[in-house]
Design a protein around this ligand. Sequence first.
Ligand SMILES: Cc1cc2nc3c(=O)[nH]c(=O)nc-3n(C[C@H](O)[C@H](O)[C@H](O)COP(=O)(O)OP(=O)(O)OC[C@H]3O[C@@H](n4cnc5c(N)ncnc54)[C@H](O)[C@@H]3O)c2cc1C
Length: 486
Amino acid sequence: MEYTDVAVIGAGLLGCFAARALTALDICVTVLEAREDVCTGISRANTAIIYTGCDTRPGTLKTELCVRANREFDRLCRELDVRFSRCGSLMAAFGTRAEAVLRKKLGQGRENGVPGLELLGPGEVRAMEPGLSRDVTLALYAPGTGTVDPWELCIAAYENARDNGADFRFSQEVRHMVRTEGGFLLETDGRTYTARVVVNCAGLRADAVRELTERPSVRIFPTAADYLVLDDTVSGFVKHIIFHEPEEKGKGLTLVPTVDGALLAGPTRRPRDTAPDWATTREGLEELQALCAQVVPELPLEETIRSFASLRPDPYAVREENGQWVREGRSISSFTVLEENGLISLIGVKTPGLTCAAALGEYVSDMAAHILGDPGKNPRFDPRRRGIVRAHTLSEGDRAALVRRCPDYGQVVCRCRDVTLGEVKEAIRRGAVTLEGVKRRTGAGMGRCQGGRCMETVMELLAEEQGIPPWQVTKDGGAALVRGEL
Ligand SMILES: Cc1cc2nc3c(=O)[nH]c(=O)nc-3n(C[C@H](O)[C@H](O)[C@H](O)COP(=O)(O)OP(=O)(O)OC[C@H]3O[C@@H](n4cnc5c(N)ncnc54)[C@H](O)[C@@H]3O)c2cc1C
């Protein structure tokens, strides 16, 4: 049996940032993650936007955290050595219904304290984004909107939490949990942990984990989303994040110029059962192509290099009716943070959960500190972390000096993204155990050939490091977990 003060369940964005904030306290923190690595659930597949807070209702926890988190994002990314592009966003309308939505968002955003919001006429919008359709009638400009690489952010939070003392345990799916006199007893495959406080950040399964000790009150009913990724050859086609507010009801298009120079288009919204979990649908991808043709007609869609899907953890209040748990009509829109005698659960945190991950981490760490009787601060806590050196971003002189010190940085493994052997080795040293783990840490395999040329080398390096034959190296470990599998 192993003892910890706080057990965090799940190592996605919320679990890693909760762990990071908790390590600022003078306590033991253990993170139990079902998968082989961090960032394998929703945190790996989202729209990568850092929102300003003009999309959410005034006075809610979600709005309060979002506005604050956006303001503090530059500092957070400096501390964690994470790339952040505050490129601004244009929410584009193509008719009177959408214009009314933009005006409402402007008022809401101002009430929420979001700075710099402005309505722009068609001439001004097209001057900023010549690729937008000539049919645009109005746009809401939000200069504070930005984008990050969610993998980079999650991995940075993990590394920083680990450096500050958090004990991450992988392949540790929490299957049973009971209350004891002093807290909780948790069982994974083959191990038992006791904890005074549990922070449940189990993403799509946060409801199921909570129900190991509590009666159902909120359950997750996921919906799915499809995305397209266009190659960095279209870099600069749009400079801002574009939100298309549709004239008819339904989901519009979002375009994100990513920090890697690629272009992300999506997400759709469709029922989860239209495809196996995490799989795209043809209908979804065609819907995105049709929306692109309408909003940015000249966008070269033939530059599409990848598509992927995600699952939204839509939370609903449930009530018991004739022995069945029946969900209420509308999904809960604010963040659901429940504290039940030492069990803190973050249930159904969807957009803007990426934006608010650090703020939510601090929020739950304050709750845990209160439950633990206000332990002191960790005197050795350091919020800073250094990322893996990206050789191609260095000046010629710095790159040459690096190669002299470590020749591996002179050998390019991934030609599409100019990733070197030194970077791949460093990613493995820092914890990557799958091809996707290396990709999320370095970008190797993310370019035009999607790993066609570098996969073999990366596989061999992973095999060598783990002392296993190359055919035992997996692309992405086990399957991501969703409700109903506990
Ligand atoms: C389609 C989509 C688009 C989005 N776009 C944006 C955006 O642009 N901007 C923004 O701010 N937010 C966005 N979000 C929200 C953001 O991505 C999420 O809020 C965030 O990633 C949630 O992270 P998480 O840690 O809760 O979940 P996850 O990343 O899913 O992590 C949960 C972890 O728990 C583990 N786990 C589950 N059960 C157990 C168990 N029993 N024992 C141990 N471990 C377990 C899982 O393996 C997983 O690793 C988007 C979300 C979606 C779905």
